[in-house]
Design a protein around this ligand. Structure first.
Ligand SMILES: *[C@@H]1O[C@H](CO)[C@@H](O)[C@H](O)[C@H]1NC(C)=O
Ligand SMILES: *[C@@H]1O[C@H](CO)[C@@H](O)[C@H](O)[C@H]1NC(C)=O
Ligand SMILES: *[C@@H]1O[C@H](CO)[C@@H](O)[C@H](O)[C@H]1NC(C)=O
Ligand SMILES: *[C@@H]1O[C@H](CO)[C@@H](O)[C@H](O)[C@H]1NC(C)=O
Ligand SMILES: *[C@@H]1O[C@H](CO)[C@@H](O)[C@H](O)[C@H]1NC(C)=O
Ligand SMILES: *[C@@H]1O[C@H](CO)[C@@H](O)[C@H](O)[C@H]1NC(C)=O
Ligand SMILES: *[C@@H]1O[C@H](CO)[C@@H](O)[C@H](O)[C@H]1NC(C)=O
Length: 545
């Protein structure tokens, strides 16, 4: 069991990934309070979600009386804000949170919080005073903090505060703990900017569904895949895809292999992560989606594919026997303002190859970021992940409802990218034969990591192999030793018996019992051996983007 201790060395760093600055900040498509009709008087108001250029989703919280826009992140579990928070108390502790875009460091404070219609007193949060290490200017992107909606066990703030501190839990846990009659779930839907056909109003609900979408509770319940033996740091809201679960632009399942050691054959482990703009997929999957597009180019600086903006790519992902199509406006993005060498706009392939550093120890394969999440209405039931939940302590699960109608999506794409004329079927958009498809290059650094990852993922088997071998050797030694003793004792006994017989006495000659102690000793030293010897080199540098 202690083998898993190694995994804890890798902190939950995979929270935010915004690969480069967004060029266009479109108008917010937030929810106005008037849009909640009076026929839902008994309902609590949903939390409005603003869409910042399809790259960040932001909601307001109130902390110590101040309204603060925070990024919504289902991939991490801490709350942090910048600026001043009045009516707060200092815990006297500080912590540094590491994200893919940089570090957030500061003191842990407590203040009263309101999130939607839910209030929590003395919520623990991190007051960040220095965001200079972020690769992005959060203020200009319209937010001043981040709310982690991931599992409480992954919260660094919680882990830093004393275990008898009743205020140390993450926001969702605090909300669910104080209402034992409601079920522990959230739902959310994300709007799509620059899509005239989009009818989705970005919103998040707690313990209730969005009116008109109640159906989601009838969708298949996808078990939250638990990281084996690890309920803390690296647990995410993650689930298995179906077998052959990613359908490529040619309508065929994409061939892939999971890096998660325990994943059932043909299935991938996918994380729901609203903190990632671009979904992260195995390199072979990204190549299969974009490598056959005429004019596709690998962009080395940003480590992603670029393709002509007019290329309509239909892909889908399957969960629980249901196909979830991805809107072609989400498969490639014009939001980044990239241009080719002749100055013409080119689009970004949004399903970016995952760098092995993100899942070095093989906890998951896919990070379903915003470009995928816009296509589904998502329900996450935290169940017994909530500490001290008396009412809802079943297993955690995820339910998904498709929000993308393929015919309507086609029409949207034609309007937005093809100037209203459906030229999607023209020959310049034919996919190249698979044999002529391009592959993205693996960088030297990544190759090295890949190798290390392979070694690490095979490590349990190497461990098992060595263990068996070691047991064999030890067994042999013990047996030989025992035998020698037995032989010696038998000889001695014989001699004694002979002597005693001579003296007219009887005895049982075989009693070399102390040999068994030796069996236990070396076995326990086998247990401890790999932890000291097998300590992997540090890969922390690999986490940085
Ligand atoms: C929810 O909060 C809004 C203001 O934020 C308020 O107008 C509304 O009455 C509240 N609803 C409930 C059910 O508490
Ligand atoms: C926080 O909320 C609690 C409960 O509503 C209240 O008693 C307390 O005065 C509030 N604290 C501050 C600093 O406003
Ligand atoms: C902020 O942090 C950076 C390193 O991340 C450091 O170089 C800089 O001096 C810090 N600024 C202040 C004002 O503390
Ligand atoms: C970040 O953006 C804000 C608003 O656009 C600006 O006032 C501030 O100077 C910027 N900060 C940095 C470090 O560039
Ligand atoms: C607890 O949740 C139930 C069901 O969602 C709701 O009707 C009730 O008003 C909530 N109670 C409090 C104190 O928030
Ligand atoms: C959703 O509910 C509608 C009726 O409101 C029904 O016609 C439809 O089949 C349901 N869909 C699913 C996926 O349950
Ligand atoms: C994408 O799917 C839509 C809807 O099924 C279809 O009309 C369109 O032809 C497809 N486009 C391509 C390029 O496969």
């Amino acid at each position: 069991m202690r083998l898993l201790f190694l995994f804890c060395l890798f902190h939950a760093v995979h929270a935010v990934k915004i690969p480069f600055e967004v060029h266009t900040v479109s108008s917010f498509s937030g929810l106005t309070s008037s849009s909640t009709s009076s026929s839902y008087l008994e309902r609590r108001d949903p939390v409005a979600i603003k869409n910042v250029a399809n790259s960040i989703y932001v909601s307001d919280i109130t902390l110590g009386g101040r309204t603060i826009p925070v990024m919504l992140d289902t991939g991490s579990s801490d709350l942090w804000v910048t600026g001043q928070v009045s009516n707060s108390q200092d815990s006297g502790k500080s912590v540094t949170l590491e994200y893919a875009v940089g570090e957030a460091a500061g003191d842990i404070l407590y203040a009263n919080l309101t999130f939607g219609n839910h209030s929590v007193s003395n919520q623990a949060f991190l007051l960040v005073t220095n965001t200079s290490s972020f690769s992005t200017n959060i203020t200009s992107q319209g937010y001043s903090g981040l709310i982690g909606l991931g599992p409480n066990s992954g919260s660094s703030i919680r882990n830093k505060l004393n275990s008898d501190d009743t205020n140390r839990d993450a926001v969702l846990d605090r909300i669910f703990q104080q209402n034992q009659t409601s079920r522990n779930y959230i739902t959310f839907m994300l709007g799509r900017a620059n899509d005239p056909g989009s009818t989705v109003t970005g919103q998040l609900t707690i313990s209730e569904t969005v009116p008109g979408y109640e159906n989601i509770t009838n969708q298949p319940k996808l078990d939250v895949v638990t990281v084996p033996g690890l309920t803390d740091r690296d647990q995410h809201w993650q689930m298995y895809t179906d077998v052959d679960g990613i359908i490529g632009p040619d309508g065929q399942p994409i061939v892939y292999e999971s890096i998660v050691p325990k994943a059932p054959k043909g299935q991938l482990v996918a994380i729901i992560d609203s903190g990632f703009t671009l979904p992260q997929v195995p390199r072979s999957v990204s190549d299969a989606i974009y490598g056959r597009v005429q004019g596709a180019q690998w962009n080395t600086d940003n480590e992603l594919w670029t393709i002509p903006c007019g290329q309509m790519l239909n892909i889908s992902v399957k969960f629980g026997g249901i196909n979830f199509p991805v809107h072609p406006l989400d498969t490639s993005s014009s939001d980044f303002g990239l241009r080719d060498s002749s100055g013409n706009p080119i689009c970004v392939g949004t399903f970016q190859p995952i760098t092995s550093a993100f899942s070095l120890l093989g906890e998951y394969d896919l990070i379903l970021g915003m470009a995928f999440l816009r296509n589904i209405y998502t329900l996450i039931d935290l169940g017994k992940f909530v500490d001290g939940s008396a009412n809802d302590n079943g297993d955690a699960f995820i339910q998904l409802l498709s929000m993308t109608n393929t015919a309507a999506a086609h029409a949207d794409f034609v309007n937005v990218r093809l100037g209203g004329v459906d030229t999607a079927g023209q020959s310049q958009y034919y996919l190249l034969p698979a044999s002529e498809g391009q592959s993205s290059p693996e960088s030297a650094k990544e190759k090295k990591q890949h190798l290390e990852e392979k070694v690490l993922s095979r490590w349990p088997y190497i461990f098992l192999g060595s263990f068996v071998l070691f047991c064999g050797i030890v067994g042999l030694i013990v047996w030989r030793c025992c035998c020698r003793r037995r032989c010696a004792e038998r000889k001695k006994a014989k001699a004694l018996a002979k002597k005693r017989r001579m003296n007219g006495l009887q005895m049982n000659p075989l009693k070399g019992g102390d040999a068994y102690y030796q069996l236990d000793e070396p076995t326990s030293s086998i247990h401890s051996l790999p932890y000291s010897e097998g300590h992997p080199p540090s890969y922390h540098s690999g986490y940085r983007v």
